[in-house]
Design a binder for this molecule. Structure first.
Ligand SMILES: [Ca+2]
Ligand SMILES: [Ca+2]
Ligand SMILES: [Ca+2]
Ligand SMILES: [Ca+2]
Length: 346
């Protein structure tokens, strides 16, 4: 359902909707998953991850084909889409530099084997600079405001022992002097979790700095105490911490998995995806996943429902009022998947 109400071909899509989901517009459709959407500071563009090659040859390019990930950019109406990276390495978790004219992202192009460094490039994929150069530390999921970058840092101690607990770190980085970035590296969160799992890494994920540059929102994976269709999931909560460090605030309680909070343009609300325990034994995935909007203090939590009828909606971000020409309030942009698969394309 694009603006004319037509559904685009392919299994995956990118969609626009107001927070009451009174309508839904599809701006991308295809058998290559596009997710990790991040809207530019001026509200006109969105950078994203595209799973660009079907490595296991099952007809879809998605998380099972991680080696083929690239970073793309398009206007928030879906036009002028182009890839900024094309190589056989992982390029992932893009976000905007404070000037809106550069992209900060993670890639293993200099190290292989998912040993990510952080890189900066321009909006044509040129002038790429590796700002961390740390083969034995994984850096991923960055967010940048002013002269501070926050990211997940995972030291690799032993090739045979994958990390089991991760935290959020901060570092200095001035866009005007990229060679001097990655200094004053300090740990921001200290998750106190003693669980081990073969399925998941516990701890903190996906930090994002608030629009006013004062606060970091993230999510903490605490346990794997419940599952859906035999896939262990467990309790995941949204939290905040001052960018300068200090006391953590738990924003969303409850046993659901609340994932990837995105600050609204005015910094008063979060949009995120939730995965909740299902009591439908025959079709446990149906209704297990929704988009949610709530105030940043955890109040006024409500589902984004209305015209959404997708199998899976994830990774919402915000399109500010006016950016689409006819949206007089802030809308959501998100990645989704159709129930029927629809393998008509590619
Ligand atoms: Ca595939
Ligand atoms: Ca790549
Ligand atoms: Ca590194
Ligand atoms: Ca929870």
């Amino acid at each position: 359902m694009d603006q004319a109400g037509e559904r685009l071909p392919g299994r995956y899509g990118v969609f626009l909707a107001p927070v009451d989901a009174s309508e839904m517009r599809q701006i991308y459709g295809g058998n290559r998953l596009r997710n990790y959407l991040r809207v530019s500071p001026d509200g006109e563009w969105v950078v994203y991850v595209e799973y660009a090659s079907d490595e296991n040859d099952d007809g879809y390019a998605n998380q099972a084909d991680i080696k083929g990930t690239e970073i793309g950019i398009m206007r928030v109406d879906g036009s002028e889409a182009r890839l900024l990276t094309t190589n056989d390495r992982v390029d992932t978790t893009p976000t905007w530099a404070p000037d809106g004219a550069h992209i900060l992202f993670a890639s293993d192009r200099d190290n292989e084997d998912y040993r990510y460094d952080l890189f900066v490039m321009d909006l044509y994929g040129e002038n790429v600079v590796n700002i961390t150069n740390t083969p034995n530390i994984i850096e991923v999921d960055p967010s940048w405001a002013g002269t501070t970058i926050v990211a997940i840092l995972l030291p690799i101690e032993d090739e045979n022992t994958p990390p089991t607990l991760q935290a959020i770190w901060a570092m200095d980085c001035d866009l005007a002097d990229l060679e001097a970035c990655s200094t004053n590296v300090r740990q921001l969160t200290f998750p106190n979790i003693d669980k081990q799992s073969e399925n998941y890494i516990f701890g903190d994920f996906n930090p994002r700095i608030s629009p006013d540059g004062t606060t970091v929102a993230f999510y903490r994976h605490r346990n794997e105490d419940w599952s859906i269709a035999n896939i262990p999931i467990g309790d995941i909560d949204i939290m905040t911490i001052p960018l300068e460090g200090g006391a953590e605030t738990i924003v969303s309680q409850g046993t659901e998995a609340d994932l990837m909070p995105a600050w609204s343009p005015d910094g008063t609300r979060f949009a995120f995806a939730v995965i909740a325990p299902s009591d439908d034994e025959e079709n446990p995935l149906e209704n297990a996943n929704d988009l949610v909007v709530m105030n940043v203090d955890g109040g006024n939590r409500r589902l984004v429902e209305g015209s959404l009828d997708l199998m899976f909606e994830q990774m919402p971000d915000w399109v500010p009022a006016g950016a689409l020409g006819d949206n007089d309030e802030d809308w959501l942009i998100f990645s989704g998947e159709w129930w029927d698969g629809n393998p008509e394309q590619d």
